[in-house]
Ligand binder design. Structure first.
Ligand SMILES: Cc1ncc(C[n+]2csc(CCOP(=O)(O)OP(=O)(O)O)c2C)c(N)n1
Ligand code: SF4
Length: 286
């Protein structure tokens, strides 16, 4: 009898109502529908509330440094391209300290699924303005209202050569799961920026606010996610926020371009090292 796929490790402890629960569940249901065994999946997280996601998920996990999710995920993917690598960041982690890695991962088109938990605030550190907070947003770090214009992750991804660009909403878990599934099945870098209410620190961008301020691209027959110009228009327009698949194209992935030049990915190499030699190396680090 075939065993049931089970990714449950521990019950999460995010605040009741936190949008990250929906992302966690959507990732689990995607892994089930793609029939991914826990040992075939690696989840790399940054530092923030989102960073606890891999603590609760039965798969390989790497809780990395703030803003350094993508270099770690890149190393894992190149060492063993057979693994599914999912990277998870907050909007601070991805679009502030981790911005350089974000842009370079996009242009390289490495096959990593990148989930950005976009709650428009630095949540774990108790509520500071983030790169996606709106102009005038009042927080602990901007008590008189933010004087910085926000950035748009999907729009930046489009400009940087992204090949799968989507925006999800954690208030719509089944649509979110479909976007994650599309990203995990895509060859190349997949960004899913997820609008995700932080019910404790952000009292502006609530579920009610998002419901009023988003629309679904799949309900608009004039939109085609293969049309880059249309995708640019939608991500740069003022007004309601587009949710859904924004853009997709096919292009060779980084691992396809890089690995045929080497003998084999690292993980498949037989290290052929004797215990004696191994101990001699260890001695050097004492
Ligand atoms: C190098 C470094 N700088 C700053 C911090 C402090 N810090 C921890 S979490 C965090 C921001 C978290 O915000 P975000 O990435 O949006 O994640 P969230 O908590 O909202 O999920 C910061 C600045 C850190 N841990 N490491
Ligand atoms: S502080 Fe915000 S982001 Fe963090 S667990 Fe609570 S609701 Fe979620």
């Amino acid at each position: 009898m075939k065993k049931k796929l089970d990714y449950h490790l521990e019950d999460p402890t995010w605040c009741n109502g936190c949008g990250i629960y929906a992302i966690f569940d959507a990732l689990k249901s995607t892994a089930v529908s793609l029939k991914i065994e826990p040992e075939q999946l690696v989840i790399v997280t940054g530092i923030g509330c989102h960073g606890r996601l891999n603590n609760y998920f039965k798969a390989y996990g790497f809780h990395s440094l703030h803003g350094r999710v993508l270099p770690v995920a890149t190393g894992i993917k190149l060492s063993n391209p057979e693994l599914h690598v999912v990277a998870v960041s907050g909007d601070g982690d991805a679009y502030s300290i981790g911005m350089g890695h974000f842009i370079h991962s996009l242009r390289r088109n490495i096959s990593i699924t990148y989930l950005v938990v976009d709650n428009r605030i630095f949540a774990l550190t108790q509520g500071q303005t983030s790169p996606t907070s709106r102009l005038g947003f009042v927080s602990n770090s901007s008590p008189y209202g933010s004087r910085e214009y926000p950035l748009d992750g999907p729009q930046l991804a489009l400009a940087a050569g992204g090949t799968y660009i989507a925006r999800g909403y954690s208030g719509e878990p089944s649509r979110l799961a479909a976007l994650i599934k599309g990203g995990m099945s895509h060859k190349g870098f997949a960004l899913i920026d997820v609008l995700s209410p932080c019910v404790t620190q952000n009292k502006v961008n609530t579920y009610t606010w998002f419901k009023k301020n988003i629309y679904y691209l799949e309900e608009d027959s004039s939109f085609n996610p293969r049309d880059k110009r249309k995708a640019w228009e939608r991500t740069s327009a003022n007004g309601k926020i587009p949710v859904g698949l924004i853009y997709q194209e096919e292009k060779p992935s980084f691992e396809e371009l890089v690995l045929p030049d080497r003998e084999k990915p690292l993980v498949f190499n037989d290290l052929k090292i004797s215990i004696k030699k191994f101990n001699r190396i260890l001695e050097k680090f004492k």
